[in-house]
Design a protein around this ligand. Structure first.
Ligand code: HEC
Length: 202
């Protein structure tokens, strides 16, 4: 009798352990060092992509004025991020709750969760890096805030009557009939870098 009770106890503990292991697997938890690795890698890739886009948009404004640069962003923003993606072997996107390009909407529940969490981080002025990693379907996703960081951004994302010239507005309306990306002020959360990484170490 005693032996049977003991056996039963061990079986129950065994099943519980298997259950815990399975849950851990389902939740796809990352260790702290894996998390730090993805945050650091994501940050350096996002910084690279940001530099490439800024340099190109700055050049386009110099060459063609703000309205002309809208054309440039329309044609080149995606291929530019794609080229940085292929250098690093990851997929880079920009997403927003008020997107200009229809392809840049928040797409998944994970995107929405990242948006909510980074919105909270935006309120924390002491926090320097507003970034996080989340997992979905076996992949790791890195997200980082894109704040409306400089006055130049306002000429295409600011207030329609105050910051955006009529000729710029005309091009924006023609290219993006469902544009939601105006009306921002400096410091607001404009979008997120979203980088899909392989689950294996990069
Ligand atoms: C010359 C006009 C122009 C300027 C200046 C500009 N943008 Fe944009 N922005 C655009 C256009 C056009 C798109 C859509 C690009 C596309 O079709 O892929 C866009 C898209 C974006 C997106 C992707 C999400 C979305 O709404 O589709 C983010 C994020 C963004 N801009 C942030 C910024 C920030 C931050 C700045 C300032 C550093 C800035 N932009 C300056 C024109 C501009």
């Amino acid at each position: 009798m005693f032996v049977r009770v003991k056996y039963l106890t061990f079986s129950v503990i065994g099943i519980m352990l298997i259950g815990i292991a399975a849950c851990r697997n389902n939740a796809e938890t990352l260790t702290e060092s894996e998390k730090q690795h993805y945050l650091a890698t994501g940050d350096s890739i996002a910084t690279h992509a940001q530099k490439v886009l800024l340099a190109n948009v700055g050049q386009a404004i110099q060459n063609a004025g703000v309205a002309g640069a809208v054309d440039f962003c329309n044609v080149h923003a995606m291929p530019l991020t794609d080229s940085v993606s292929s250098i690093h072997g990851v997929t880079i996107q920009r997403v927003s709750d008020r997107n200009r390009n229809p392809d840049n909407a928040l797409q998944s529940e994970t995107d929405k969760k990242a948006w909510q969490q980074i919105m909270l981080m935006m309120k924390d002025t002491a926090m320097k890096q507003k970034q996080l990693v989340l997992q979905q379907d076996g992949s790791v996703y890195y997200y980082k805030a894109i704040p409306l960081g400089m006055p130049t951004c306002l000429s295409c994302h600011g207030m329609k009557d105050e910051n955006i010239l009529p000729e710029t507005q005309q091009v924006l309306s023609a290219k993006y009939p469902n544009d939601k990306a105006t009306g921002y002020t400096i410091g607001e959360l404009r979008g997120l870098w979203k980088i899909k990484m392989n689950s294996k170490a990069q």
